[in-house]
Design a protein around this ligand. Structure first.
Ligand SMILES: Cc1ncc(C[n+]2csc(CCOP(=O)(O)OP(=O)(O)O)c2C)c(N)n1
Ligand SMILES: [Mg+2]
Length: 599
């Protein structure tokens, strides 16, 4: 049996489990890992500028491709604590990432050693497993278990904390005898699926709510196949967006309090049965449960048994991986179709499609300063079906959710539940590492952008080109809007007179200068007609220089974006679209050229 340092065995296991990239920040206690990484030479490392960013890069990396597991690395002390936010946003969205931390030597763990902190205890609530390995010979098993846990059941992150001496200790290990553990995923049974299909058949106005579990399970094609077989419209959740293309005739819009369309909410409210697959009834999707559930029955399919009934009791709960369930759903539906048992859904499908054609918000504004709605209209013009959008939170993300178009799974990459400011930029870098050929477009408000702005240098250093659309209202816009309920506008302003940059007109930070200082390219736009040319120019700059390109769009400072507290009381702040030219890049206008308006 070959003998080697325990950490060398760990690096061999990473490689055997498919890891090709890692994101991190070295420190003394994790240097044995870095030495092993260098010696092996099979894993590329991206040096973050902030350890939280390394965790978000790992998330972006995982979320981009089926089977990817992002790895982030640092010391246990301040690096590990920085990565907790990444573990949280990964756990919240069922995203596997592996966080590896280097700890003080075991003999000094209880001596308040330099940078020794019980990171495993801190990480426990936000990880499927968080463990400090105290026995060197257990290191291979810890990694084997980590990969098994990350992939099995509801996916999620794991933290492995390795004391310095444990990393350095010699153990017997032979990678040729190592096998990844078989992944365990519960699967629906045929009687369960038949029962669900009976309920679907008995309904008059059924809908499918498609959650992120479908994307995690790589089952988007099966979802579309099943929806087409039964001819039932689909409402994707924010995490499921892209599971069915926006321009599919059965895509009925998103429902929710913020990232939703008027037609999505109206379609949901008109339904009498909802079949949720791989979703978790997130509160910004459902709003008040009485409004959401009144007058309709629910079937809930989820991989995690404790998710069934967590938010409300469904009429039927099925514990299953989304792919396994959808495979059986499609198989059973095909049999029913061939037997002539499937009800005709033509009228209901047409009602949903009619709302999609007519219940639109206006995007075409010519105002200067620019109104945000216009930005998304121009983005729809500039970016094609293959674009991978990355965003986090704020009015920018909410309006993006309302107006942008997504056509493929993993092309809307969003920290949905946690929404940590600063996530967008490093996540976009992780997306670039995972798919170097992709057109990656990040969308941030000014505050989100400023949170981890230093990561721009990582993009420049490692040649990770993407376009960052930065919508600048010089405000914590979402919180300003929320403060209307308190009748205050307090501690939410980002404006100041920049003594070095009078040209930013009191908007505070000169993002163009900062981006250029970091080695990136940047453009600033103040007129609506300049947006599209700037986005086109950004594409050229990105191809030419292979660095991130920031397109800063100076917005009017106060624009309220449609939202509400219940899905039947969403407040509209702008006039709605009444003519085709009010919403020229709405999906029906783009694809059918048959927009009909009610007048
Ligand atoms: C780490 C963190 N702290 C606080 C918040 C609360 N929060 C959500 S949105 C927001 C303001 C976002 O401002 P900006 O990025 O400029 O976007 P805008 O709403 O103006 O488009 C804040 C403070 C958060 N999501 N994350
Ligand atoms: Mg802002």
């Amino acid at each position: 049996m070959p003998r080697m340092k325990a950490i060398a065995a760990a690096v061999q296991i990473l490689q055997r489990e498919g890891v090709r990239h890692a994101f991190g920040v070295p420190g003394a206690a994790i240097n044995p890992f870095y030495a092993a990484l260098r010696e092996r030479g099979t894993i590329d490392h991206v040096l973050a500028r902030h350890v939280e960013a390394a965790a978000h890069m790992a998330e972006g990396y995982t979320r981009t491709r089926v089977g990817n597991i992002g790895v982030c690395v640092g010391t246990s002390g301040p690096a590990g604590t920085d990565m907790i936010t990444g573990l949280y946003s990964a756990a919240a969205d069922s995203i596997p990432i592996l966080c590896i931390t280097g700890q003080a030597p075991t003999a000094r763990l209880h001596k308040e050693d330099f940078q020794a902190v019980d990171i495993a205890a801190i990480a426990k609530p936000v990880a499927k497993l968080a463990t400090t390995v105290l026995e060197p010979a257990q290191v291979p098993g810890a990694f084997q278990q980590a990969f098994d846990l990350m992939r099995s059941g509801r996916p999620g992150p794991v933290l492995i904390d390795l004391p310095f001496d444990v990393q350095m200790a010699e153990i017997a290990f032979d990678i040729d005898t190592y096998e990844p553990l078989p992944v365990h995923k519960p699967a629906a049974t045929r009687p369960q699926i038949d029962k669900a299909l009976d309920m679907l058949a008995a309904a008059e106005r059924p809908l499918i709510v498609a959650g992120g579990g479908i994307i995690n399970a790589d089952a988007a094609d099966l979802l579309v196949e099943f929806a087409e077989l039964v001819d039932v419209p689909v409402i994707p959740t924010l995490m499921g967006w892209g599971a069915i293309p926006d321009d599919h005739r059965l895509m009925a819009g998103m429902a929710g309090l913020q990232t939703a369309q008027r037609y999505g909410n109206t379609n949901l409210l008109a339904s009498d049965l909802v079949l949720g697959i791989g979703n978790r009834w997130a509160n910004r999707h459902t709003g008040g449960l009485a409004t959401y559930t009144r007058g309709r029955r629910f079937i809930h399919v989820d991989i995690e048994p404790t998710q069934i009934g967590r938010v409300f009791a469904p009429d039927l709960g099925i514990v299953s991986d989304a792919e396994a369930a959808l495979r059986l759903f499609a198989e059973a539906a095909r049999e029913r179709r061939d037997a002539g048992w499937l009800p005709d859904r033509g009228e209901w499908v047409e009602q949903c499609a009619e709302r999609k054609r007519t219940m639109l918000r206006r995007t075409h504004f010519d105002d200067t300063p620019i109104k945000p709605q216009r930005v998304y209209e121009e983005m729809n013009r500039a970016f094609g079906r293959d674009t991978r959008y990355v965003s986090t939170i704020g009015l920018s993300q909410i309006a993006g959710g309302q107006f942008l178009h997504v056509y493929r799974p993993r092309h809307w990459i969003n920290a949905g539940q946690a929404g940590p400011l600063g996530w967008t930029l490093p996540a976009a870098l992780g997306v670039c590492v995972a798919d170097p050929e992709a057109t990656v477009v990040a969308l941030s408000g000014d505050y989100d952008f400023q949170f981890l702005i230093e990561e721009l240098a990582v993009g420049a250093q490692f040649n990770l080109p993407y376009i960052h659309v930065l919508v600048n209202n010089s405000y914590l816009g979402l919180i300003r809007q929320a403060q209307r309920a308190f009748d205050i506008d307090y501690c939410v302003q980002l404006s100041f007179d920049n003594v070095n940059s009078p040209e930013v007109g009191g908007y505070g930070v000169d993002h163009v200068k900062v981006a250029e200082g970091m080695g990136c390219k940047a453009l600033r736009v103040s007129e609506p007609t300049e947006i599209l040319p700037a986005l086109e120019e950004a594409k050229k700059l990105m191809a030419q220089h292979r660095v991130p390109v920031v397109v800063e769009i100076i917005l009017e400072r106060i624009t309220n974006i449609s939202m509400g507290t219940e899905i039947d009381n969403i407040v509209e702040f702008e006039e709605l679209a009444t003519r085709g030219e009010d919403a020229p890049t709405a999906i029906s206008a783009l694809n059918l050229d048959e927009m009909q308006f009610l007048d």
